[in-house]
Design a protein around this ligand. Structure first.
Ligand SMILES: Nc1ncnc2c1ncn2[C@@H]1O[C@H](COP(=O)(O)OP(=O)(O)O)[C@@H](O)[C@H]1O
Ligand SMILES: [Mg+2]
Length: 352
């Protein structure tokens, strides 16, 4: 699964780049003696740091979890041209990543990836769908079950449904049991989300079909990357085809089921332009900047649904986003440089 980088290139301008990440994910200088499983935990952080260095940039990895003072000191001492934002939570809360980006904006600092408003809209799986339907982006029907309130599924819901956290990322809490066939199962799984993840739960109409990913890059002018697809070499009748947390993170499980992320094959000719249109429209509707990966499903009847928009998606070398960029002729170095450039050219409101 883990792919090793070999290509090197020199950039035009040498930048001081503060690489911001969770303090537990600050990577070691070298991967020597580390197992694949160990590397997998901080692979994105490692790949980005090593590659930026190889490209000739001066980097300072900074890990934060509960204390913004660390970031503030690093900014004043290191005086970065830009912060490469790899942070996905603060105080252990996934949606607090946007506040850290707000902090950077309030300090009038440049950063890569998405602005706070885009993060806020995209990370709420219900609010984003409300906005997206207004903009005619097809999304699954849904219902929200708040924590601390009685779970009363409406009779209007059509099963099967998929129950997940309203705000968590990376398929946290998504397993085979997340697909529910009736009210009782829905109730059980929503309670599980409340109890285990301490967030509200969302139940969505389960969309059967192929799972597609489309990378989008840009602030105002947008570019879509080639369509990527999740496939399983092995599958049994009784299992639902979904990207559970095991599918995404468990290397042994990935081997066992032959889980692959590749360029999508045989997408019907009229679907690809529709896909690109939907992805760009969603990106704009949610006020995303920098780069994002759109998760979609294509049903057997060739209907498209946007499952979610992921601003600041996983960026490790060999992952869907980077592979898809590479198949469009953009090497990993070029991709990171592009992301830096987009961060530097993003027009924040403090500049107006
Ligand atoms: N409504 C749905 N219909 C079918 N599959 C879904 C649905 N919602 C989620 N999934 C499956 O669960 C995975 C993770 O869901 P997603 O909403 O993308 O959450 P996360 O933010 O954790 O990635 C999806 O990639 C897909 O395989
Ligand atoms: Mg997703």
């Amino acid at each position: 699964m883990n792919k090793v980088k070999v290509k090197r290139k020199r950039p035009r301008q040498k930048l001081r780049v503060l690489v911001l990440m969770h303090e537990d994910l600050v990577p070691p200088e070298s991967i020597e003696g580390k197992t694949d499983k160990e590397i997998n935990v901080w692979k994105t952080e490692y790949d980005v740091c090593v590659t930026l260095k190889e490209m000739g940039h001066e980097i300072l990895p900074v890990g934060v979890a509960h204390d913004l003072g660390v970031l503030r000191d690093a900014i004043f001492e290191f005086k970065p041209h830009i912060t490469f934002n790899l942070l996905e939570e603060f105080h252990g809360v996934a949606v607090y990543d946007q506040h850290v980006v707000s902090y950077l904006e309030l300090m009038k600092r440049r950063y890569t990836g998405c602005n706070p408003r885009g993060l806020m809209l995209a990370h709420d799986k219900a609010l984003s769908k409300k906005i997206l339907s207004f903009h005619r982006v097809p999304v699954p029907d849904f219902a929200v079950f708040e924590m601390g309130r009685r779970i009363r599924p409406s009779s209007r819901l059509r099963y099967p449904m998929l129950v997940k956290s309203l705000t968590e990322e990376g398929s946290v809490g998504i397993a085979q049991a997340s697909v529910v066939a009736d009210e009782e199962q829905l109730r059980e799984r929503a309670e599980f989300v409340h109890r285990q993840l301490a967030t509200d739960a969302i139940a969505e109409q389960f969309i059967e079909g192929r799972e597609l990913y489309v990378g989008v890059l840009g602030n105002r002018r947008l570019e879509t990357l080639p369509v990527w697809e999740l496939t399983f070499d092995k599958m049994t009748e009784d299992r639902h085809f979904i990207a559970t947390s095991k599918v995404k993170w468990d290397l042994d499980y990935q081997k066992k089921w032959g889980i692959r992320y590749d360029k999508a094959k045989e997408i019907p000719a009229d679907i690809e332009p529709r896909l690109n249109r939907i992805c760009k429209r969603a990106y704009r509707a949610l006020n995303i900047s920098g780069y994002a990966r759109m998760d979609l499903r294509l049903t057997p009847d060739n209907e498209l649904y946007l499952l979610e928009a992921n601003p600041n998606p996983q960026l490790s070398y060999g992952d869907e986003f980077a592979e898809s960029a590479e198949s469009a002729g953009m090497s990993y170095d070029e991709l990171l440089q592009r992301i830096l450039n987009l961060g530097r050219s993003y027009r924040a409101q403090w500049q107006d």
